[in-house]
Design a binder for this molecule. Sequence first.
Ligand code: 5GP
Length: 202
Amino acid sequence: MNDVPGKLVVISGPSGVGKTTLLRRLLADLPTLIPSVSATTRPPRAGERDGVDYHFLAQDEFDRRRAAGEFLECCQVYGRQHWYGTLVAEVEPRLAAGKWVVLEIDVEGTLSVLRLYPQAITIFVEPSRPEQLFERLKGRGTESPEAMARRLEVAHRELHEAHRYRHRVVNENVDEALAEVKRIFAAEGFDDDPVPAASHTP
Ligand code: 5GP
């Protein structure tokens, strides 16, 4: 599974740390980087699009695809609530084609991915202060108080897992965090301009 030409990047971080914004900016700046669209049983939030933000699946469909072995990894994030999973079809064909594929998944999912792809480049995004998570989640206003409490509890647990990641990036300021992630990509061999040099000549 590991001798594929492409590279797998896994980005994790507690809920509210701002990793979705960071990833969106990264994808805009590095157009050859491919995001894996996860599947989830969570209902879409306002503005989220099926097939873009997630593949939104009913529980029975998720279960069917899980039983059919369509997931690289999947788990129930946030206690007994919703299921999330990475589809093999989102990752393997791209890696086989030599692409860089990025997953935004939780710590449990990362550990499963590392068992399959020990060379995966793992990046943990952390807050500069733990209170930052609460403030961001509250400001976002998308979660009920119970859901927020559950997310914060998981977030604090996840912060203790940061040492399992190859790289750690503090997201105090998104521009600086983005620059740091790009430095990591460069150090790991990401080619910003994959067009062969010869094709640049007129
Ligand atoms: P949200 O509901 O805020 O979109 O995402 C909740 C959490 O689920 C995030 O921490 C995110 O990293 C995680 N997550 C999203 N997709 C996947 C996935 O495919 N697998 C796993 N294990 N976690 C995921």
